[in-house]
Design a protein around this ligand. Structure first.
Ligand code: FAD
Length: 438
């Protein structure tokens, strides 16, 4: 009806969040606007490489995951907008990597393709996030639940968040995860619960019947099956999986360190994502208007990428490994060494094991195009995990992210800067501070 319902989000000082009913339809609405504007779109194409000519972005390669058609796009400018919250590098208690907080089909292609083409990437050391989830169901909603006055309680029936954040349950999300994890280590849980029984009934109704189905359309089915009732029962919750993501570093015009390559997936939430994506596109369009012709495509490179893309279909099943095996092994490594408590020695072991798994990636086998797509997602997951471990090992401190590092238990004020990773012959080169402006 043209009005807004606004609530206070995690750690925020006021009612900054705008609730969006049926949020999952936004993408389709936006797609309609784009098509109606007469813009050519290539649906179901998985981008696998950004192309450059003389160091400037000039197109991209991809393939259609339904038809297997290989696609070569020549362009004056390129915008990467493949999301920044990469999932499937760890899992939650369900061990189902698709039953998670964030979109399970974002597997860090933005970071991986950007890094591969030489763009500086950032936040791999700090953008490692988790949220509380309803136990066994990857539908978060905790921003709304916590900030509506819900209390988190442990197995002993105690409210404990006062120990971890001055704003208690509506404090910073990282503190809720850290606090719950600490309670768990001390044996005060599981189980953990969110208690909404005292909250105003209209608010609770909104949380269960509007907010949660907005986060996952099947929430109502799950709630029916489990007898979930926010108003009258405790909601059991768990610490969810960790996201290992990041983004391509940009300057104020959303351009990356590779000229003519822009990035639209910079912000974490809808408002920023929409404005940032729009502005990246606008800047790329303005730049393109001043370029007479798109750069030249390296045909040999395109042919070799095409061969690599379809290679898993040639690997014999009895000699190969499936994406499920390699992904599960990746998650085992990351869950074990890269959780909420870490050590430098543990991260070094994680790196060794992830590199071993990356060395097995040529053995990935696919029977179908769908499996082929998953094979490439698995490769991206391995790459982003490797980069995240390396970046985290550079950040010798505790306190700026959701994990604690035993070797460096204090916050280091010298590290209050972004860490950039730039590809070189011998792996990433690290640089503290902002990306150099073009
Ligand atoms: C359950 C849930 C609840 C949320 N709730 C809120 C909320 O209440 N308020 C809020 O502001 N934000 C919320 N968010 C966050 C918000 O949805 C994101 O911040 C926003 O969608 C990010 O936009 P983006 O365009 O950067 O990335 P995305 O929307 O993730 O888009 C990235 C796109 O890239 C595609 N892609 C990935 N890899 C490739 C590849 N190799 N080739 C081609 N395409 C590729 C993906 O399929 C996807 O369509 C929520 C997110 C989730 C998952």
């Amino acid at each position: 009806d043209g009005t807004y319902l606004r609530t206070q989000g995690f750690g925020q000082p006021g009612r900054w969040w705008v609730h969006i009913a049926n949020g999952m339809t936004i993408k389709r609405a936006m797609a309609r606007i784009v098509r109606d504007a007469g813009i050519n779109t290539l649906d179901n194409v998985m981008a696998v490489k950004i192309l450059t000519d003389n160091g400037k972005a000039c197109g991209a390669l991809g393939w259609n995951v339904r038809t297997g058609e290989f696609v070569l796009v020549r362009a004056k400018t390129v915008v990467s907008a493949q999301g920044r919250s990469a999932t499937r590098g760890t899992d939650n208690s369900t061990h189902n990597p698709f039953n998670v907080w964030m979109y399970p089909y974002n597997t860090s292609a933005g970071v991986v393709l950007g890094y591969d083409v030489g763009a500086a990437v950032t936040e791999l050391d700090t953008y490692q996030r988790a949220t509380m989830l309803p136990k066994g169901y990857g539908c978060p909603g905790m921003n709304g639940i916590n900030s509506s006055g819900a209390h988190e309680i442990n197995a002993l029936g105690e409210r404990f968040m006062g120990k971890y954040d001055p704003m208690m349950d509506s404090g910073v999300r990282n503190n809720q995860i850290q606090g719950t994890f600490q309670e768990q280590m001390e044996g005060s849980g599981p189980p953990f619960y969110m208690d909404m029984r005292h909250v105003d009934k209209d608010v609770v109704h909104e949380l269960q019947y509007v907010l949660m189905p907005g986060d996952k359309a099947t929430f109502g089915d799950w709630a029916d099956c489990t007898g979930t009732d926010f108003q009258h029962k405790l909601l059991e919750v768990e610490i969810g999986e960790l996201i290992f993501g990041g983004t391509i570093a940009v300057n104020d015009t959303f351009e990356t360190t590779v000229p003519n390559l822009f990035c639209g997936s910079i912000f974490l939430y809808c408002s920023g994502a929409m404005c940032g994506g729009y502005e990246a596109g606008r800047q790329a369009g303005m730049r393109a208007a001043g370029i007479t012709e798109a750069g030249k495509i390296n045909e040999d490179l395109a042919a070799s990428v095409k061969k690599d893309v379809f290679a898993p279909m040639q690997v014999p099943a009895d000699d190969g490994i499936s994406y499920k095996e390699i992904e599960q092994a990746t998650r085992n490594v990351m869950n074990y060494y890269m959780g909420f408590r870490r050590s430098m020695a543990g991260m070094a072991r994680a790196l060794e094991k992830i590199r071993f798994l990356s060395g097995q990636a040529d053995r990935l086998h696919a029977d179908t195009l769908r499996d082929l797509m998953r094979c490439h997602e698995s490769r991206d997951i391995l790459t982003v995990c490797e980069l995240a471990i390396q970046a985290t090992m550079e950040r010798k401190e505790t306190g700026r992210c959701v994990y604690k590092l035993r070797d460096y238990p204090e916050l280091n004020p010298d590290m209050a800067k972004p860490l950039l990773l730039i590809r070189s012959e011998d792996g990433p080169r690290f640089q503290w501070g902002k990306a150099p402006l073009l």
